[in-house]
Design a protein around this ligand. Sequence first.
Ligand code: HEC
Length: 149
Amino acid sequence: MLCLIAVAMLGCGNSGLPGASSQQHSVDNKTGKVKRNFDQAQIKRGESVYNTYCIGCHGPNGAATPEWRKPGADGKYPPPPLDSTAHAWHHSTEVLKKTILKGTPPEIGSMPAWEGKLTEQQVDDVIVWIKSLWSDEIYDVWFKNFEGK
Ligand code: HEC
């Protein structure tokens, strides 16, 4: 009975609706484009994770390195931009998360592993911040490729 009251009062009845991630989105009825309704507080937290741990390589606003297609002298690629201009948006949330947690194998690339250094929440936050950098167009394409099936 207590539970029923709690459900009524807190709107737990919403648990029947699709999960948290779908609440981050809505579809613009006019354009049919998917829009982000990210939690601004989460974007801020993600930005601060980025500015502390990632900016040194990926640059301000995730915009380094302009010449990201050219491997360096060691044959490895420089840190790519994480905004719309490179390929971060070619990856699902899961793959982005795995890349951040595990890094890239040293013989292939120089992305460090963050597992054990960042909490899962910090990783989720920084991914939301990265997605907030993408243009509306790119976000729509990304969503339809990876989440909108
Ligand atoms: C020491 C430099 C360095 C730091 C610090 C660093 N990265 Fe990277 N990152 C790289 C490099 C280099 C690559 C490309 C790896 C490759 O080519 O295999 C990369 C790749 C990535 C990718 C994959 C991008 C894509 O388009 O496939 C993501 C996502 C990413 N980094 C996020 C982060 C986040 C988030 C942080 C901070 C928590 C961070 N990186 C910190 C160097 C760095």
